[in-house]
Design a protein around this ligand. Structure first.
Ligand code: AMP
Length: 141
């Protein structure tokens, strides 16, 4: 994808600090980290979001995530980490080439996800379960 910043990193058109690479995946340092060492796992094939990732890539993506997370934990003595992906503008996605974030966490880092948690009323959880189960299908890829 000519205008995709991650495709440009993958093709070597723009520089990045590469942590790990295999045939399917590249892992780089995020240019604006939540903490130093914040890493991104990028499939080499352009796919815009999680639902667009081909099934044959699933293993490579998680395999790379585990290798890189392990390296972060050991090298930076992490006390914990977050692994997440923003999908869609409303969810905070700013680069429309699927990626996993791996962010270091420390006990004194004062980062909080501010969530307003809801409660299901009586029978509502069951109704949501019934609705969603009607759409459980094999992934299309
Ligand atoms: P998201 O907002 O979840 O789509 O995440 C995109 C991430 O890509 C952000 O955390 C950016 O800091 C990061 N990013 C954007 N451009 C670059 C780049 N050239 N090299 C490394 N990371 C980048």
């Amino acid at each position: 994808m000519p205008d995709c910043v991650f495709c440009k990193i993958i093709s070597g058109k723009i520089p990045a600090e590469i942590l790990y690479e295999n045939d399917d995946v590249i892992a780089v340092l995020d240019i604006n980290p939540i903490h130093f060492g914040h890493a991104l796992i990028l499939p080499k094939r352009h796919c815009k979001d999680f639902l667009d990732v081909p099934e044959e890539m699933y293993h490579s993506i998680l395999y790379a995530a585990k290798i890189v997370t392990h390296a972060l934990v050991q090298s930076l003595h992490l006390e914990g980490f977050n692994l997440f992906s923003n999908n869609g503008t409303i969810a905070g996605q700013s680069v429309f080439h699927f990626h996993l974030h791996i962010t270091p966490r420390y006990s004194d880092d004062d980062i909080r996800f501010v969530l307003k948690l809801k409660r299901y009323s009586s029978g509502e959880m069951k109704r949501y379960g019934e609705l969603i189960r009607q759409f459980i299908h094999q992934p299309q890829s």
